[in-house]
Write a protein that binds this ligand. Structure first.
Ligand code: MTE
Ligand code: MO
Length: 534
């Protein structure tokens, strides 16, 4: 009896492992086929993309904050990996159940498919046809599950169970009424191989079909009517290691909810301007480029930036003033907000007056002399000096609705963040690095400060809790950009030191000392670091 149950247990364990493997491979087949077919549809048609994006939209606030704080801009990679693990576990469960009852296992797969269908169909811009890849994928996945699941077997008669449990005997195949072990392995390997090839093929096909990058590279942007003023020679603080004053496009921070970057061919781009306006209109890309473009340096900042954080970047933007767009639309009395919407459904609420005043809020097409990178909103995004990105900097923008704060809310506002987001005055220490080591003697300290639309008038630092001392300001490029500062500590003694920084805007207003987290409308607090002089 004991001997028999050892064999049965072993058989059960193997059935579970085989079932799990069959489930995972079937899921692989499902996603691979769906991915291949999705190459002929829009990105929302890919179940992977739509499920991931839906997950991002429903991510609780604390988890979003945690993900950005912990993984920074790797947060999407982490999401993809966690989703893959979760999907594999669910698929394995379905495979194990299918061994007991193919019907029940298949029903589980169908259940997952329904959830994925809901994710797809509720994406912005999705149509019923976007379900085709999932449908075909699910059919293939169900077939694979059946192919890998032995026909339900008659419970082996106790007499059939091997009684010899010596290690050699235990390793021998246990008789099965279904396909033999070898046939199962062969089938699994074949299907896994096919899934990998089809999945990779589908992904490659999707990227070559979307040749938007090629279009972007060939695009020649017009020269602006009004060029940005040349940068003063001294915008860069004379301290080695401080951030470059102009952030190269490749290093510019990226924050968005897009799992797959939208790929918009400029020839199909249109901006719809509507809502509480005298004159609704749409504008295409050629019309935008033919308009009188301006150029200006603006420092973008993310509301999720923590004290001392690096979710800020400074670029020379080329674009068309939103002031002019709105002058053409003629907003009606009572309107106080413009809701800008991206092709992927993200939206931002920007106060109407901010887009009409003389700051250079624009529909940007160029970034540091190049067309916008795909990641940063190609072909058109908004850039609004003085407001955090979540209420102003809509990338891949396709729709401007003149409305009211009472009537509408942007993407993050409906998820607990503020409806308004003026950038708070901030300063940070970039050199020395936190916990870094520097040689004794002359120690250079430096960093950046910003108070967009006002400008920075003074930066002070405090060493080891002593008196606040005025730092040297680098030249100001414009009130819309950050400003660098530096301080030379002449005789730094060996040991651990603490430095703090604080900035004043052009009105003489001191940066807020009170520590506050990013949520709901931007962090506050004076940045401090410790470093070692050796
Ligand atoms: N379409 C779209 N636009 C978006 C976002 C987004 O999630 N989707 N995020 C906004 C936020 S929160 C910020 S801080 C800026 C970041 O712009 P960047 O990625 O070019 O630095 O884009 C804004 N525009
Ligand atoms: Mo942001």
């Amino acid at each position: 009896m004991g001997k028999q149950s050892t064999a049965t247990r072993q058989q059960n364990r193997r059935a579970i492992l085989d079932g799990a493997l069959a489930g995972v491979i079937s899921a692989g087949v499902l996603f691979a086929v769906a991915q291949l077919v999705a190459a002929f549809f829009g990105p929302v048609a890919s179940p992977l993309t739509s499920v991931g994006s839906t997950f991002i939209d429903f991510t609780p606030k604390w988890m979003k904050n945690f993900a950005i704080a912990t993984f920074g801009t790797n947060d999407k990679m982490v999401l993809l990996i966690s989703m893959t693990i979760a999907a594999a576990l669910l698929a394995a469960a379905a495979g194990v159940v299918a061994r007991k009852s193919l019907k029940a296992g298949s029903a589980m797969v169908l259940g997952f498919a329904v959830v994925m269908a809901l994710c797809i169909i509720t994406r912005a811009g999705a149509s019923i046809f976007d379900l085709v890849p999932l449908l075909l994928g699910t059919a293939a996945g169900l077939w694979a599950l059946r192919y890998l699941t032995p026909p339900s077997k008659v419970k082996p008669h106790p007499a059939d169970t091997p009684v010899n449990t010596s290690p050699a005997a235990a390793a021998q195949p246990v008789p099965d009424t279904g396909p033999s072990r070898r046939s199962f392995i062969l089938r699994s390997a074949a299907l896994a191989g096919i899934a990998v090839v089809v999945g990779i093929g589908g992904t490659v096909l999707a990227t070559t079909r979307n040749a938007v990058n090629t279009v972007r590279e060939a695009l020649k942007l017009p020269t602006p009517k009004t060029k940005a003023a040349a940068l003063p020679a001294g915008v860069q603080a004379p301290v080695e290691g401080v951030t470059p004053f102009v952030t190269p496009n490749a290093d510019f921070y990226r924050i968005d909810t897009a799992l797959i970057v939208p790929e918009i061919d400029p020839s199909s781009w249109k901006l719809r301007v509507h809502g509480m306006v005298e004159e609704e209109f749409t504008m295409d890309f050629d019309e935008l480029l033919a308009s009188e473009l301006i150029e200006s340096y603006v420092t973008l900042t993310c509301v999720s930036n923590v004290v001392g954080g690096n979710l800020a970047g400074n670029a020379k933007w080329l674009g068309f003033p939103l002031r002019e767009v709105l002058a053409r639309a003629k907003p009606k009395d009572g309107a106080d907000m413009v809701l800008s919407t991206s092709i992927d459904g993200f939206s931002a609420s920007t106060p109407l007056p901010v887009l009409q005043d003389d700051r250079n809020a624009m529909l940007a097409v160029g970034m540091n002399g190049d067309p916008l990178p795909l990641d940063h909103g190609f072909p058109v995004r908004m850039v609004v000096p003085g407001l955090y990105g979540f209420v102003s900097a809509t990338k891949w923008v396709v729709d401007l609705e003149v409305t009211t704060f009472a009537e509408k809310a942007g993407y993050w506002t409906s998820r607990g963040w503020s409806s308004h987001g003026p950038i708070k005055t901030a300063s940070r220490i970039e050199v020395p690095r936190a916990l870094g080591r520097v040689p004794a003697g002359k120690v250079s300290i430096g960093g950046s400060a910003w108070a967009q639309t006002k400008g920075i008038s003074k930066v002070e630092i405090q060493l080891d809790g002593g008196a606040w001392q005025v730092a040297q300001l680098a030249d100001e490029a414009s009130v819309d950009t950050w400003r660098q500062w530096s301080y030379i500590w002449d005789n730094a003694p060996a040991g651990t030191h603490k430095v703090r920084v604080r900035a004043y805007d052009a009105d003489g207003e001191l940066q807020i000392e009170q520590q506050a987290p990013p949520e709901p409308d931007g962090s506050t607090g004076w940045h401090s670091i410790t470093f070692n002089v050796t």
